[in-house]
Design a protein around this ligand. Structure first.
Ligand code: FRU
Length: 506
């Protein structure tokens, strides 16, 4: 550990201690990973190692509006309750001094290896796209999953194909049939997003194998690539930048999409057919990993880079910004990649209130509303200013903010949904995730309700469903005395039924 590392450690410890004393907890979710103080972006290094789940994330501890990037570290036994382990990677070497950028984890017998991009901005006159930036591929290992050793520089710009800009980053590594593979996102000199595939026999010495790209450019840069096999399909997941809005699709500043690769991934051709992973305001840079019981789990940044011009996060006033999404289980159904909250969540809710057709009331601010049968239309308003609506015939699922304080600039999003068969809406204080039709479509958004609870107004003739919450148990108290105090404004159904809010404008 070098001097710079020790200095960062001391400064971060001071920042965390100051924050602990001030105890600003407004809008902090209960189940979503959020930074204790400062800024969070991409999930990194997701894995299960020696039985414990690990999630790292891009972290700027000193500035909630973003800045120099570190890796923060959280661990969990159940994918729902995360323990903050502190900052494990800091920009403390000449090859990562302007940011320990995104990357992944490889969990092997007795060793956890993290791969990441060491970002360096050279001094002088540069645009930092074509010149002036080093994108170094670095790895670091740990035996216990908590303490990491010496960083090893594996590849520099000159090891990448010559027709690229200096934007090459976000190594995602996996092992298959005894060999190691790595994908990285890149921007070519012609401003085309591509994925680079590398191969290695030992995880340390890498050689460039092939490239995945579309015939026509789909954005100028592809960030945070991921490649995995699931239900007999090979999925390539990318976060492209520079894709134009197209009707209901691609309305955010940047996107996250998947495509199915046909044939062997080492030489696969891309067909240029992409599907957005999420139709909400806050979803970017997803990463997946495989659990020891064989599930493919994905977590994304529940935020959006460069969105401040359009919408913001009110938690900035509290000294922190952004969260990750809930972990989602992936599967392929009828040729569509579906995302559903991890099954652990299902088991965690321990109170269930069934309803038919309507529901109106105030409830605590962490709950799930589920419709298992849906009639011809639904309209659900949360916290008096976020409406989710769908109507048969029109075939569009809509999410709209009618209260600007609640949405902090977020307006409306929609997605074609011909037939709504079921719906799961998960509200966790300031995070809302909406799973439609078995997870075929998902909307993720942040919102900023005032007060302790959340009001629910549901009109859904012909529907049947339930609201689930979690009442603190003795086990919660034992495991986390602090958090169980914060929860459970006991769910109460209000008798007041407000008049229908009227027609929905998009
Ligand atoms: C995506 C991203 C990555 C990069 C990281 C830096 O949000 O731009 O490409 O590694 O964030 O924080």
């Amino acid at each position: 550990m070098n001097v710079l590392h020790r200095t960062w450690e001391k400064l971060i410890a001071q920042e965390l201690e100051k924050n602990r004393k001030e105890a600003k907890k407004k809008w902090q979710p209960r189940l979503h990973i959020a930074p204790p103080v400062g800024w969070l972006n991409d999930p990194n290094g997701l894995c299960q190692y020696q039985g414990l789940y690990h999630a790292f994330y891009q972290y700027s501890p000193f500035d909630a509006a973003g800045g120099l990037k570190f890796w923060a570290h959280c661990t969990s036994k159940d994918l729902l309750h995360w323990n903050f382990e502190g900052v494990s990677l800091a920009p403390d070497e000449s090859f990562d001094c302007h940011g320990v950028y995104s990357g992944s984890a490889l969990a092997e017998e007795g060793q956890l290896t993290l791969y990441y991009t060491g970002n360096v901005k050279q001094t002088g006159e540069h645009d930092y796209v074509r010149t002036g930036r080093e994108s170094n591929t670095v790895c670091v290992t740990s035996r216990d999953g908590i303490h990491f050793g010496e960083k090893k520089l594996l590849m520099r710009n000159e090891n990448y194909p010559a027709d690229l800009t200096c934007h090459v980053r976000d190594p995602k590594v996996w092992k298959e049939d005894g060999r190691y593979y790595m994908v990285q996102g890149a921007r070519t000199a012609e401003d085309k997003g591509v994925v680079l595939l590398f191969e290695s026999a030992d995880g340390l010495n890498w050689k460039s194998l092939s490239r995945m790209e579309t015939e026509k450019a789909f954005g100028y840069m592809w960030e945070c690539p991921d490649l995995y096999k699931i239900d007999g399909r090979t999925v390539l997941s990318i976060s492209p930048q520079g894709v134009e809005a197209d009707g209901l699709n691609y309305n955010n500043v940047y996107q996250s999409v998947t495509t199915f690769l046909e044939g062997d991934f080492r030489s696969a051709r891309m067909n240029g057919v992409f599907r957005e992973l999420d139709a909400g305001f806050d979803f970017y840079a997803p990463q997946s990993f495989e659990t020891e019981d064989g599930r493919r789990i994905q977590i994304a940044w529940m935020g959006m880079p460069d969105a401040d011009e359009y919408y913001t996060n009110r938690s900035l006033e509290e000294g922190w910004q952004h969260t990750l999404t809930l972990p989602r289980e992936l599967s392929v159904k009828d040729g569509i990649l579906c995302q559903n909250p991890v099954r652990e969540l299902d088991m965690w809710w321990n109170i269930s209130m069934p309803f038919v057709n309507t529901y109106s009331g105030a409830i605590e601010n962490c709950f799930e509303l589920e419709l298992s049968e849906v009639g011809e239309r639904i309209s659900l308003t949360l916290a008096g200013g976020l409406t989710l609506a769908w109507e048969e015939g029109e075939g569009i699922f809509r999410l709209e903010f009618t209260d600007d304080n609640l949405g902090a600039g977020r307006t409306r999003r929609g997605r074609k949904v011909e037939k709504l068969r079921d719906l799961r809406v998960i509200v966790d204080v300031s995070c809302v995730e909406v799973f439609i039709d078995g997870g075929r479509d998902v909307f993720s958004t942040r919102f900023y309700p005032e007060g302790e609870g959340c009001s629910i107004e549901l009109q859904a003739p012909g529907s049947r469903g339930r609201i689930r919450t979690h009442r603190a148990t003795a086990q919660d108290q034992a495991e986390n005395p602090d958090s169980s105090k914060r929860q459970n404004m006991t769910a109460k159904r209000a008798d007041v039924r407000r008049a229908d809010k009227g027609a929905w404008q998009f």
